[in-house]
Design a protein around this ligand. Structure first.
Ligand SMILES: Nc1nc(=O)c2c([nH]1)NC[C@@H]1CN(c3ccc(C(=O)N[C@@H](CCC(=O)O)C(=O)O)cc3)C=[N+]21
Length: 294
């Protein structure tokens, strides 16, 4: 049976470390980290994620700046708001919740975020640096950083291992692959055009599942003893629940937990750690800014 990695518990430990540092910063400089959370429109999932982020800020003494814009807001107006946050000395991190409505060019908006405040790590220059050997971006993207932190805190070594990443999105699969290469793994990316995904996944000592397909990865695909990090957060109908749905990962947990060495649950795995890495990035950004300007 696999060791189930308790993302919620690890997240809690790191959050209390962050809260202590926030207090130190506040005592030393009379300033607290500030995170702007920008949301456009009223997608239910985005509202819920943004709510979690704002609540977590409050719990840690991080000041959150809430910008809520209507679905119809123009790209120009959104960019104007980003520029105002760039100029605000109390804001050390800016997060624009994705996805944005179709009439807005996401890359254009993300490019306007000041590099020093890009706590999501989604600015093309930060991604470019992530992709370069010997270079480091100012911020690592939160979900990939969460995956590596969970491996690290579980005592899983990455160097020299076969790592397989399922999915190649800009926010998870691709940057996770880059981080694993930088950590000296041998990395294979599996995606919708891969002809034999099972046989590749079976070679994975480390598996990062970020395809967004509920229970796509079966127990029989897992290499015995592998470390399985499940990034999927898929809502599937569940009439037995009040909400009418439940969250399941990209991995069939029931089956895979019998074969893997380590596995993250959904919920309670990568999700809470993603939010925690955002808070950590905000703290790091604030420390850089405050120490430079004092
Ligand atoms: N600019 C931007 N940055 C993001 O980081 C970003 C984004 N846009 N758009 C959407 C995705 C998704 N995402 C999650 C965060 C937390 C949980 C999380 O905490 N999940 C809980 C479950 C929460 C629940 O019960 O609904 C868990 O897995 O235990 C999940 C998903 C961040 N994203």
């Amino acid at each position: 049976m696999a060791t189930v990695i308790d993302g919620k518990a690890v997240a809690q430990t790191i959050r209390s470390e962050i809260a202590d540092e926030v207090q130190l910063l506040s005592q030393k400089y009379g300033k607290v980290p500030g995170l702007a959370v920008v949301i456009v429109g009223n997608r239910k999932d985005s509202q819920s994620y943004v709510g979690m982020k704002r609540k977590a800020c409050a719990e840690l003494g991080i000041k959150s700046f809430d910008v809520d814009l209507p679905e119809q807001v123009s790209e120009a107006e959104l960019i104007k708001q980003v520029h105002e946050l760039n100029a605000n000395p109390d804001v050390h991190g800016i997060l624009v919740q994705l996805p944005l409505p179709k009439h807005i060019n996401e890359e254009k908006v993300l490019t306007e975020i000041s590099l020093e405040k890009d706590v999501d790590g989604f600015h093309p220059l930060n991604i470019g640096k992530l992709a370069m050997k010997g270079r480091d971006p100012l911020f690592l993207p939160c979900t990939p950083k969460a995956c590596l932190e969970l491996l690290h805190r579980s005592g899983v070594t990455i160097k020299g291992k076969n790592a397989v990443v399922v999915g190649r999105s800009n926010i998870v699969g691709l940057p996770a692959s880059l981080l694993l290469v930088k950590a000296d793994a041998t990395v294979t990316i599996v995606h919708s055009h891969t002809s034999q995904p099972e046989s590749i996944i079976r070679e994975a000592d480390i598996l990062i599942a970020a395809a967004g397909q509920p229970k796509m990865i079966k127990g029989s695909w897992i290499k015995p003893g592998a470390a399985v990090i499940d990034v999927g957060t898929n809502a599937v109908d569940d009439p037995t629940r009040k909400s009418g749905y439940k969250l399941v990962g990209d991995v069939d947990f029931e089956e895979a937990s019998k074969i893997a060495g380590w596995i993250t649950p959904v919920p309670g795995g990568v999700g809470p750690m993603t939010v925690t890495m955002l808070l950590k990035n905000t703290l790091e950004g604030a420390k850089r800014y405050i120490e430079k300007n004092n």
